[in-house]
Design a protein around this ligand. Structure first.
Ligand code: MG
Length: 238
């Protein structure tokens, strides 16, 4: 896209096809291990078939099937019932071994913080797309520093440290939302500020006063599996 607005932080249009592809860094190991939740974590997706931590984004009961701790996209977007502000979030996912489609049409899903800030899920293994829409991108804003994607079908991990935006009493943005992200143990964002909620092809402003929100799992019509999702709410120093 070259008819989209210029990004406020640089020299590129949103989804600019000329923006360089992130350098490929092959992560260690064949698959992400299952990383057990720490004692103070809220487990959103654990073992078994329990989807009680989730609803659909319209509030209806979660209709996604879940078996042995694994759920697949295909039945609509999921929303965690709990709302969070600052978090450490661990997510494991796998795109399909049945490689179909290309660019944004292959393994597309997403992890939304506060229901508004998407860390992109995509099969970015030998699948070029606009850089700011690659796997682990801060969608439409920042490509990952490197492409640490595993092969289709392999389990992968995101470890996300996210701080929610802060607003003054009069509703002015005091501090933007900030993300640090590791993809398969490789740093892909370091304390990078979102310029607003992530959107396709456009720039959205912050919504004053919105300081907590749910985690969403996007359904983009591509089969993507998820397992072992847990979150720790972060508090400040005493
Ligand atoms: Mg997506």
């Amino acid at each position: 896209y070259t008819d989209t607005p210029m990004q406020p932080n640089g020299n590129w249009h949103i989804h600019d096809p000329a923006r360089p592809q992130p350098r490929v860094v092959t992560p260690g190991g064949e698959e992400a291990p299952i990383t057990p939740a720490p004692a103070d974590a809220t487990v959103l997706l654990g073992n078994g078939s329990d989807t009680s931590a989730w609803s659909m984004t319209n509030g209806a009961p979660a209709t996604r099937e879940m078996k042995d701790g694994v759920t697949s996209s295909g039945k609509g977007m999921l929303r965690a019932k709990a709302e969070f502000a600052d978090v450490q979030l661990h997510v494991e996912f796998a795109t399909s071994t049945d490689v179909k489609g290309d660019s944004q049409g292959r393994g597309n899903s997403g992890v939304y913080l506060m229901g508004a800030f998407e860390i992109q899920v995509l099969d970015s293994y030998q699948n070029p797309t606009y850089a700011d829409g690659s796997a682990a991108s801060m969608y439409g804003q920042f490509p990952p520093l490197v492409n640490a994607s595993r092969k289709p079908g392999a389990w992968q991990s995101y470890d996300i440290v996210f701080t929610a935006p802060r607003f003054t009493a009069s509703g002015e943005l005091e501090k933007p939302a900030v993300a640090t992200v590791l993809h398969n143990g490789v740093v892909v964002h370091t304390a990078t500020a979102f310029w607003g909620p992530t959107q396709h092809r456009r720039i959205d402003p912050y919504r004053p006063g919105r300081v907590r929100g749910p985690i969403h799992l996007q359904d983009h019509g591509n089969p993507v599996r998820f397992r072992n999702i847990w979150v720790r709410e972060l508090k400040g120093y005493d």
